[in-house]
Design a protein around this ligand. Structure first.
Ligand code: ATP
Ligand code: MG
Length: 561
């Protein structure tokens, strides 16, 4: 509608002008910035003044008939009340830390905004944590408060006595629990007005744990500016969002992708955040929801797309889907091709990490080169460097790195919490190193080879697992695979593939099938890369985010576990 256009243009022009010039380093990042007061409250104002119909800010369903729809005004109202719960009964002050372990329920969004309003530092945790994990996180982060549901409250109680920093426990539940404050009751009783704290752009806002793909998760601290302003460009250009869009991002609330895809990216643009909460990944339920609800933009992990393309997608008529995104792991070109041929939609891949957000992306309007990460996204200057920090020419493999001029880019994490040595170790000369290997082509597209630790060196050749996994998945027998190194007396190490077979191939002679897969790889990539060893497995070990844990497989293969 007309009013949305007018209001939006006013808001976006300011944000866009500022952020674009900030990203070109023409302007300082504003001294003060708070996403709740500077963005959300503005949207709420626009919504209120124009009184026009619009999409909700949050549209939540659980597939069992429950539904929540909040406009920006209602989100503002409820999150102010929630802020009063945190600073009142919970006794939290600006700078205190709170561990929030919630599934995808509306309260998670409310509490995120309430933390920004109060200056309380939010640490999202996944509901798959055990009592021990929770204890570790409470101690490591020195969190004063924990917020969770009935499901995990007993686990928290079993370790609470060991967590000397923990003062308050807040439960999100219909019923009450001894020694726990009840969020729903307190929310009802809380005062309606809260004055948002004035935060500096560099003030710490959140602590995220990394996915733990290569070891124990690291605590990454981000600021009001790095998240709030940093993801503006991402929502605008990679996600291609406007206020008429409805975005469904499927990632777990605990990962940085939830901040990008379910909070800052869409809400900066006034876009509706859609959530279908389901206890576990259910391809049919997802496909049905895409047919039933006017979701325009979908973001999901490559693993999820790999599972979705196992279904006959031509039987589903999506209601409004027009833009598909993925990231977090490499997307095999074959999966992209299948999704495209069955739905007519391209998948736009992004590459990023908890520490520094989006690094490269395939943007709408850009030529897509399947299998590539796309090009550097603003404000980053991405280069491929050697071990001395020298820039490598196009086509050469090296470390994917970000050029840092005099200043650290404003979108960067502030530090690994309590680990200055690790924080410093990411810097090499004038560059921040991502820990990933890749190359750049003549057109500036970046090609992912693998995490530095995953690269296989066989007879002097360096081989990245992703290319071979992508070759394997082109064969109809392969659902997914993990390629790792395996010890070999002559070559040092050789390529080994662990392959999950599609059901119709499971009864075939494994020896014959292995030879067939080897021939197939030799045909589609340079023959020296073919997997000399193949093992068929039922499933692959994955992180909670769905990433393949190649390091676990590699350790097993080399006899370290
Ligand atoms: P940890 O650092 O704890 O081992 P992690 O690196 O998986 O875990 P995240 O910050 O969630 O934690 O993930 C960032 C990493 O994920 C990147 O450094 C890269 O290795 C990988 N990644 C992200 N997006 C892509 C992509 N599109 N293609 C390939 N790899 C990707
Ligand atoms: Mg990492």
């Amino acid at each position: 509608p007309h009013w949305v256009e007018n209001g939006l243009n006013a808001l976006l022009c300011t944000c866009s002008r500022n952020t674009m010039s900030i990203s070109r380093c023409e302007q300082e990042v504003p001294e003060y910035f708070n996403f709740a007061s500077d963005v959300l409250d503005k949207w709420s104002q626009i919504e209120k003044e124009q009184k026009g119909p619009s999409n909700p800010a949050l549209w939540w369903i659980n597939g069992k008939g429950d539904e929540t729809k909040w406009g920006f005004e209602e989100l503002g109202f409820l999150s102010q009340k929630a802020a009063n719960v945190l600073s009142g009964p919970c006794g939290l002050q600006r700078g205190d830390r709170v561990l929030v372990i919630l599934p995808r329920i509306p309260e998670w969004w409310l509490l995120n905004v309430a933390c920004m309003r109060t200056g309380v530092i939010i640490i999202p945790g996944t509901t798959q944590l055990t009592a021990q994990d929770i204890c570790y996180r409470l101690l490591a982060s020195k969190a004063k408060c924990i917020i969770t549901t009935d499901v995990l409250a007993p686990a928290v109680d079993s370790v609470a006595s060991k967590c000397q920093f923990l003062k308050t426990k807040l439960i999100v539940s219909e019923s009450s629990r001894a020694e726990w404050l009840n969020f729903s009751n307190l929310l009802k009783a809380a005062p309606a007005v809260h004055n948002c704290v004035k935060t500096k752009s560099q003030d710490p806002m959140t602590i995220y744990f990394t996915s733990g793909t290569t070891g124990s998760p690291k605590m990454v601290e981000h600021s009001y500016g790095s998240f709030g302003l940093g993801f503006f460009l991402c929502g605008r250009y990679w996600m291609n969002l406007t206020p008429s869009d409805i975005m469904w991002n499927m990632s777990d609330t605990a990962w940085v992708k939830a901040a990008i895809g379910s909070v800052f990216g869409p809400w900066f643009q006034g876009t509706c955040v859609f959530v279908h909460a389901m206890p576990q990944f259910d391809p049919r339920a997802i496909l049905n929801s895409l047919c039933r609800y006017p979701v325009t933009t979908l973001c999901s992990a490559p693993t999820a797309y790999r599972m979705l393309v196992q279904h006959d997608l031509t039987r589903y008529a999506f209601k409004a889907l027009k833009h598909c995104l993925t990231g977090g792991e490499p997307l095999n070109p074959e999966v992209m091709a299948q999704w495209k041929s069955q739905t007519g939609l391209t998948i736009y891949e992004g590459y990023g990490q908890t520490e520094i957000g989006m690094i490269c992306a395939n943007m709408k309007g850009m030529k897509i080169k399947p299998g590539s990460l796309g090009k550097a996204t603003p404000p980053y200057d991405v280069q491929i460097i050697d071990e001395n920090g020298g820039v490598l020419p196009p086509g050469k493999e090296g470390d994917i790195a970000i050029k840092m001029d005099a200043k650290r880019p404003f979108t960067f994490f502030t530090r690994y919490l309590d680990d200055p040595v690790k924080t410093a170790s990411t810097i090499r000369g004038n560059f921040y190193t991502t820990g990933d290997r890749g190359s750049m082509d003549e057109d500036g597209y970046i090609w992912f080879i693998g995490r530095s630790d995953d690269v296989i060196i066989s007879s002097g050749y360096r081989i990245g697992p992703f290319e071979i996994e992508s070759a394997l998945i082109q064969h109809p027998a392969v659902v997914e695979s993990a390629v790792i190194s395996s010890p070999d007396p002559i070559r040092g190490e050789v390529v080994k593939a662990l392959v999950v077979l599609s059901p119709s191939f499971k009864s075939q002679d494994p020896k014959k099938l292995a030879c067939e897969l080897q021939d197939h790889v030799k045909k589609v990539t340079a023959p020296y890369k073919y997997p000399r060893k193949i093992e068929f497995v039922q499933q692959l070990p994955k992180t909670i985010t769905g990433k393949i844990k190649r390091n676990e497989l590699r350790n097993k293969e080399w006899g370290q576990i």
